[in-house]
Design a protein around this ligand. Structure first.
Ligand code: MN3
Length: 214
């Protein structure tokens, strides 16, 4: 069964002014769709068909050599964008507009608090040279960790493929490719990063944290 994009759980303009409708449209319907199509083409007819995207990306080094590049770029692009678009919600007040429960406690104990986390995450996003992602992830020891990856690499890819290895589960990712912000923010990546914090669906992040902790 082919990989499919999950429908956005909000309207294209629902995240304005943080992320504009045109950027959301092109980002999801062109970029994410492109990665998805190319991922399916790479998987078709191989024994990777039917595996989860996580399984494929964690074991990239086991994939057919002539498919590894396409799987890394397009499989990573598929997974990363799925996480990104499902981590957003229209901003404002509401019970999910701040971390809660165990996630909030872990941000305190593992990361030094919400403000420190925002500083570290923003720094990881701002200093990622060229294209890539900033991540909040759960590391193999079960603690929260802020990091970044280049291009469409994902935290749990093998180290030889730009990741940090199995057991590094991302629970929140920020796309800092220019295609994610340039229409509205041009070269002002820091303003885009700041606005991102207004549209995070912390309830979704909390659910991922609970799942990663097991
Ligand atoms: Mn993108």
């Amino acid at each position: 069964m082919a990989f499919e994009m999950s429908p956005l759980p909000y309207a294209l303009d629902a995240l304005e002014p943080a992320i504009d409708a045109k950027t959301m449209e092109i980002h999801s319907q062109k970029h994410w769709a492109g990665y998805t199509t190319k991922l399916n083409a790479a998987v078709e007819g191989t024994d990777l068909a039917g595996k989860t995207i996580e399984d494929i990306l964690m074991n990239l080094d086991q994939a057919p050599k002539d498919k590894q590049g396409a799987l890394r770029n397009n499989g990573g692009g598929f997974f990363n964008h799925r996480m990104f678009f499902s981590s957003l919600k229209p901003g404002g007040s509401g019970s999910s507009s701040a971390p809660a429960g165990d996630l909030a406690k872990a941000i305190e104990s593992d990361l030094g608090g919400l403000d420190k986390f925002k500083d570290d995450f923003s720094n990881a996003a701002a200093t990622r040279f060229g294209s890539g992602w900033a991540w909040l992830c759960v590391n193999p020891a079960g603690t929260l960790h802020v990091c970044s990856t280049a291009n469409q690499d994902t935290t749990f890819m093998p180290e030889a493929f730009g990741g940090h290895g199995k057991g590094h589960h991302p629970i929140l990712g920020l796309d800092v490719w220019e295609h994610a912000y340039y229409l509205n923010y041009q070269n002002r990546r820091p303003d885009y990063i700041k606005a991102f914090f207004d549209v995070i669906d912390w309830a979704a992040v909390g659910e991922r944290y609970a799942a990663a902790k097991g």
